[in-house]
Design a protein around this ligand. Structure first.
Ligand code: KG4
Ligand code: ZN
Length: 360
């Protein structure tokens, strides 16, 4: 059986996974530093690159060990070369290059965004299907909000991207503003169903030029204005205190320190983000005649987005990764490397870490 070892260290997570061509995951090890970052309210580049240094060797070795295979059974080593934080990327890249050299394994550099898209392709394959092409891929995470046309493996056309914040970043910033901690997406998502979205009016973006571009800065400003209009110090102090007591407060604990008004604002905010994303997807499907839509990246976990996308308003099937494959992981890096392996697209030891590596 041909196997690829994938390595990912572009930002928050250091991960390794061993995977077969058919998408069988023999192992997937993820060392996360969300808790380290949580205390500081966001990703800190300095910390982000120190953590993977500590974990890369145990994680990489653990990936192979957990797969129950020997190093000799690997066909290639695939690694994220960008986009991401250069300091973090370099750690994974150096490790993969060393393996390539010492074990004589072909080296395959993978774009992190292509990895997110392939997480979904991989799961479709695992359940015996294939995603029908041409497809559209919406990648929405803490760092990106990009809409691609994906006509065949390795061929992407950028149709739209954010002009300011990424969708996940908007969730994180608004959560911080309201005292919900980091990462913000999962908490706001959990609370949104408990608010009345129509009770708070928030603006949709107006795009000049490419109507498929995204913008979340106006929404963020509107949320800031909303907080300025009310006395929120008490509830924010209570939420901060809650986070000092519990690393991951439960829904009931959050609800106990969040008044209805704030829940309404959270629901309204999430509804606008979901609308901003889906409106463009619908439009792009109409324009391209795409036969499927892939939604990937951390924001693909969002329950509001999932149910709205599957309500029938998009004219073709919409695929989401399972939660386990929506956040950063290495299985998706190995999955994206398979088509390259088959085309014989290998990299040499000059492969560079690129903070702004683009897909199209
Ligand atoms: O893809 P990812 O794990 O890391 C990168 O940014 O590459 O995405 C993390 C982002 C964070 O901004 C987080 O708040 C957001 O995804 N996120 C969510 C949800 N879960 C994670 N946003 C909205 N709803 C969620 N359920
Ligand atoms: Zn990511």
């Amino acid at each position: 059986m041909a196997l690829i070892l994938g390595i990912e260290s572009s930002c928050d997570e250091t991960a390794a996974a061993v995977e077969s061509r058919a998408g069988e995951e023999l192992s997937s090890v993820v060392a996360t530093q969300v808790e380290t970052h949580g205390k500081n309210g966001g990703v800190e580049p300095e910390l982000a690159s120190r953590e993977p240094l500590r974990s890369i060797v145990p994680v990489g070795g653990g990936g192979v060990e957990e797969a129950g295979v020997g190093w000799k059974e690997l066909s290639a080593v695939a690694v994220t070369s960008g986009p991401g934080l250069v300091g973090s990327l370099l750690v994974g890249l150096t490790y993969a290059k060393a393996l390539s050299m010492v074990r004589g394994l072909p080296l395959i550099g993978v774009n992190h965004i292509e990895g997110h898209i392939h997480a979904v392709v991989l799961e479709a394959r695992r359940s015996g299907g294939e995603i029908e092409l041409p497809a559209l891929a919406l990648v929405a995470s803490g760092g990106h909000t990009h809409l691609f046309e994906f006509a065949e493996a390795g061929k992407y056309r950028l149709m739209g991207k954010t002009r300011d914040d990424a969708a996940g970043e908007a969730f994180d910033k608004v959560a911080k503003l309201l005292g919900f901690g980091y990462p913000g997406g999962p908490v706001l998502d959990m609370l949104a169903p408990h608010g009345e979205a129509d009770a708070v009016r928030l603006p949709m973006s107006k795009m000049k030029g490419n109507a498929l571009d995204f913008s979340f800065s106006g929404l963020k400003t509107a949320m800031l204005r909303w907080t300025q209009g009310r006395a929120m110090e008490g509830e924010i102090v209570a939420r901060r205190a809650l986070q000092k007591l519990h690393a991951r407060p439960t829904l009931e604990q959050w609800l106990a320190v969040t008044p209805q008004e704030t829940l309404d604002a959270v629901a309204a905010f999430q509804q606008v983000v979901v609308e901003e994303l889906l409106k463009r997807v619908e439009k792009a499907v109409e324009e391209t005649g795409a036969r499927s839509v892939i939604v990937a990246g951390g924001v693909a976990c969002n329950a509001g987005l999932r149910s709205a996308a599957r309500s029938g308003r998009v004219a073709c099937p919409v695929y989401f990764p399972t939660v386990h494959l929506s956040t950063d992981n290495a299985a998706m890096i190995a999955a994206a490397a398979w088509p390259k392996y088959e085309r014989g697209e290998f990299d040499d030891l000059t492969l560079k870490a690129q903070a702004n590596l683009s897909l199209a």
